[in-house]
Design a binder for this molecule. Structure first.
Ligand code: 13P
Length: 262
């Protein structure tokens, strides 16, 4: 099947880089991609800085007409009100944020976000015109107990409970055991789960939306392994953590097509 899904390379900075560092980073990334004549319509590149950087990065992208896309790392399930410390989808949308991560394993583990919370956040993103990047993935224990795709598929199913089938979403398959471990899944492993996720989407949102939805792989992605993932038919991009903090390395990952035969 010829795919029409534009690959997405997303850099999740996690809790790194202050707003001044963010400006320098994004400027350098934009120059580097421009120098390499990167075609943003063939591979989309997005950065997910901490909340405190978003306004600065937005201003830079806007002032310099840069084609990088802005994402946030989380959002509140609520749109406004007495929720000290939370950031609403409405406020993110005002900052031209396009994507928002929901259900990252670090939020699930460190902030006790269960499938119900994730579903309400996916609904909040959709309500505010943001595209949720729904993160799913199994732990090493889950893998042993349930096999490779049962947990990610169940998480995906639960996360879509509050949105219409027509809602645009991105799915990120991030095996917890591969995050920050330096031990990425193999391309075969990633493809197996991404194919199962797409099959689940057929059932959940219909064949057309399933075929149009991008499914990313995340977990120890680097410039040396990105091409192997993107060769798989059901892997449409990557959610990159550690390697997204090195401008040159992230630019190489975005430009995977130039070394896809490597
Ligand atoms: P690493 O690329 O550092 O393994 O992190 C992956 C991740 O959690 C991206 O969201």
């Amino acid at each position: 099947m010829v795919t029409t899904r534009t690959p997405l390379i997303a850099g999740n900075w996690k809790m790194n880089l202050d707003h001044l560092q963010a400006i320098a980073f994004v400027q350098k990334l934009a120059w580097s991609l421009k120098d390499a004549k990167h075609d943003h319509s063939s591979v989309e590149a997005a950065v997910f800085p901490p909340f405190t950087d978003l306004r600065s990065v937005q201003t830079l992208l806007d002032a310099d007409g840069l084609s990088l896309v802005l994402g946030a790392q989380d959002l509140s399930a609520h749109d406004s009100g007495a929720y000290t410390g939370e950031v609403s989808g409405a406020s993110l949308a005002k900052l031209d944020v396009h994507y928002v991560l929901v259900g990252h394993s670090e939020r699930r583990t460190l902030h006790a976000e269960d499938d119900t919370v994730v579903a309400t956040k996916v609904a909040a993103a959709h309500r505010n015109g943001l595209v949720p990047v729904i993160c799913v993935g199994e732990t090493a224990d889950d893998l042993e107990t349930h096999g490779p795709s049962a947990v990610p598929v169940a998480q995906l199913r639960a996360s879509l409970a509050g949105v219409p089938a027509t809602a645009e979403i991105v799915v990120a398959y991030e095996p917890v055991w591969a995050i920050g471990s330096g031990k990425a899944a193999t391309a075969d492993q990633a493809e197996q789960v991404c194919a199962a996720l797409r099959q689940a989407l057929v059932e959940l949102v219909g064949a057309d939306r399933a075929a149009a939805t991008r499914i990313l792989y995340g977990g120890s992605v680097k410039s040396t392994n990105i091409a192997s993932f993107l060769r798989e038919p059901n892997v449409d991009g990557a959610l990159v953590g550690g390697a997204s903090l090195d401008v040159d390395e992230f630019a190489r990952i975005v430009r995977f097509e130039s070394h896809v035969g490597v």
